[in-house]
Design a protein around this ligand. Structure first.
Ligand SMILES: [Cu+2]
Length: 309
């Protein structure tokens, strides 16, 4: 039996709904993931504020899209050419033109308002920080200094990355952290994907008029990879580090060790030694777990070029 005019539209709606339902269910996405619309999950309230801006922007865009698609389909379905007579003309219709100027203007104002307030929240650095860390980028690694904690030598607690050691930026959760960025040579960029945030690091940020300070709060313990996100030379790709977020009591224990002399070496505890001493499981792994030191293969390259000579 052929389709009659009366059943075609409800069946289209049913088929369309079914395809949509299968699309959502078959991907295995949770409602939370669906509402992220592809936005990566972060570990800071700042990252979550940006996620909310993204979610609501996409919902607003979809609402406008559905309205526009509906108008298009309504027009092409019910207003097809019926004869040679010219249809009623709408140009120079003032009320219509005012409406389609005012509505987009209102949409832009609303989007601008939420973008500006979210950006102000993410960029805000007026709180008194609980922990301050000086991030020093250099070709091609990172140095992290904690000016609030001093070793018995009077030096700030310091972690420096090398070709064999990925530097661990150990930080406390649930407290305001201030990052003060600078570079020793060229422009680098401090990037922790789980913060959904990166910031260029300049040499002499004051002279360059750069806002080199930002703050955030990490809401969960864990190990999060960090990278340089500005092409800075030959070994740019090896410029990785790892954020190790520890609960405040673990962090205090870590800093307590780092500000004391390790009897085994007669030197202040290094990051790895302190974590090994704490022995708290995976969170205290004394080396990075999210990235590995980059093998420069210098030896192999030298051998290969020697062989070709
Ligand atoms: Cu770099």
């Amino acid at each position: 039996m052929g389709l009659t005019e009366g059943t075609r539209v409800p069946r289209l709606i049913k088929v369309g709904g079914l395809i949509g339902l299968v699309g959502v269910v078959a991907t295995g996405c949770t409602p939370d993931q669906v509402l992220r619309f592809g936005w990566p999950e972060g570990v800071t309230p700042q990252a979550d504020a940006m996620r909310q801006l993204w979610t609501w922007s996409v919902i607003a865009a979809l609402a406008v899209g559905v309205l526009v698609w509906a108008l298009i389909f309504w027009t092409v379905t019910f207003h097809r050419k019926k004869g040679d007579e010219l249809p009623r003309q709408f140009q120079y219709n003032n009320p219509l033109e005012i409406i389609y100027t005012v509505i987009p203007f209102v949409m832009v104002v609303v989007l601008f308002y939420f973008t500006a307030t979210t950006q102000n929240y993410v960029m805000a650095d007026e709180k008194e920080p609980d922990t301050t860390v000086d991030v020093v980028a250099f070709q091609w690694n990172w140095e992290f200094d904690y000016p609030g904690y001093r070793t018995p030598n009077g030096e700030p607690v310091r972690t420096v990355g090398t070709s064999n050691f990925t530097p661990l930026l150990v930080l406390p959760t649930d407290s305001t952290i201030e990052y003060r960025l600078r570079s020793k040579d060229v422009i680098h960029s401090f990037f922790v994907p789980k913060f959904n945030f990166k910031r260029d690091t300049f040499p002499d940020p004051d002279k360059n008029n750069q806002d080199s300070v930002f703050q955030n709060t990490i809401e969960q313990e864990g190990s999060f990879v960090g990278r340089c996100a500005e092409l800075c030379g030959t070994y740019h790709s090896m410029m990785n580090f790892e954020v190790r977020a520890l609960s405040p009591d673990k962090f205090e224990r870590y800093m307590d060790l780092r500000t004391r002399i390790n009897p085994a070496t007669d030197q202040p505890y290094t990051a790895s030694e302190a974590l090994r001493e704490m022995d708290c499981g995976r969170l205290c792994t004394p080396h990075s777990v999210t990235t590995i030191p980059f093998d420069t293969e210098r030896g192999a390259t030298t051998e290969a070029s020697a062989g070709s000579n």
